[in-house]
Design a binder for this molecule. Sequence first.
Ligand code: SAM
Length: 329
Amino acid sequence: ASDTASDESIMNTNEEATLCKLDAVRLGYWDDPFLSQMIHGTLRHERKAPDMYKGYYARVKCVERLVLNFIQTIKTSKGVEASVQIVNLGAGYDTLYWRLKSNAALNNAVKIKVVDLDLLPVISKKSHAIRTHKKLCDLLTGEVRDGEIPHAELHSEGYDLVSADMRDTDEISRKLVSACKLDPNIPTLFIAECVLIYMSTDSTKKLLTWIAQTFRTCAFINYEQVRMNDHFGEIMFEALKAQGCLLADADACETLEMHENRFVRAGWTRAQAGDMNTMCQSLPQTDIQRVDRIAMIDEPEVLQQLFAHYCIVWAYKGADSTGLGNIQL
Ligand code: SAM
């Protein structure tokens, strides 16, 4: 596939994802006091079926569990000196920095730096939201200064917001290493939530290779579609194509093994992938029961199908002593 899909339709997927997450938060699926500040209150979209909200719940909670696991593992191996970097690729309006920052116990134990990276129009709107909402602004620390692109990019002690096209590894390198001053020797976690599907297989390979070659100890959480070659998957794939923003080749995400191999071939030590039916088993079952009481799922087998078509890949690169190899899906 060539990289010619419209950036505008790709960026629209962020507003739609944020509106869905916001609905789910308002309905009580999970708590996020920061999300409503990120998006313009007047944007409207269709209310979704409970399956969709449960899908967002599983995605947010499973990613969050692995992020906390990564931080805890580095803390255990490095002790009081522990410091981590987290790069949210195609971050959209994700609130990870604020959710982590408002967890005082975590911040007292580990030094955390978060970088949100996305295309410029998304970064500009996120920057405006951060600068104009006290609840978001108050959690930035140290001097807050403009980046290379004033009023859009920003840098602070523990949080950076930068624009870059992930298809261009030179630009990614310049922004992460030169502008955000990420240290290649500090353990670094990369997150891509519903993002790599919008890149060609070749661009993803270049990006994963660059990360593995640049950072001494690193991990990756990728949330993406899988099994796009069966009947249900083909319907999903066609729907994505119809939105005009799909670039990945269908065969890049056919099986869990292909998802894992993509990382190993790009120089990562090990990768494990699990579909969302499997991933949900590691969430607290009492919380899943609570969520199941919010709205009746009409056809549980359809939800199961949906969850079989999304997966999380956990990949890491580094020595055994980091403990990253012990993190289980
Ligand atoms: N990760 C966020 C989340 O889960 O809420 C946003 C997901 S949204 C479906 C996809 C995001 O990836 C959009 O914000 C889009 O702008 C970003 N994106 C897609 N291709 C990109 C690229 N080549 N470079 C940078 N960002 C990209």
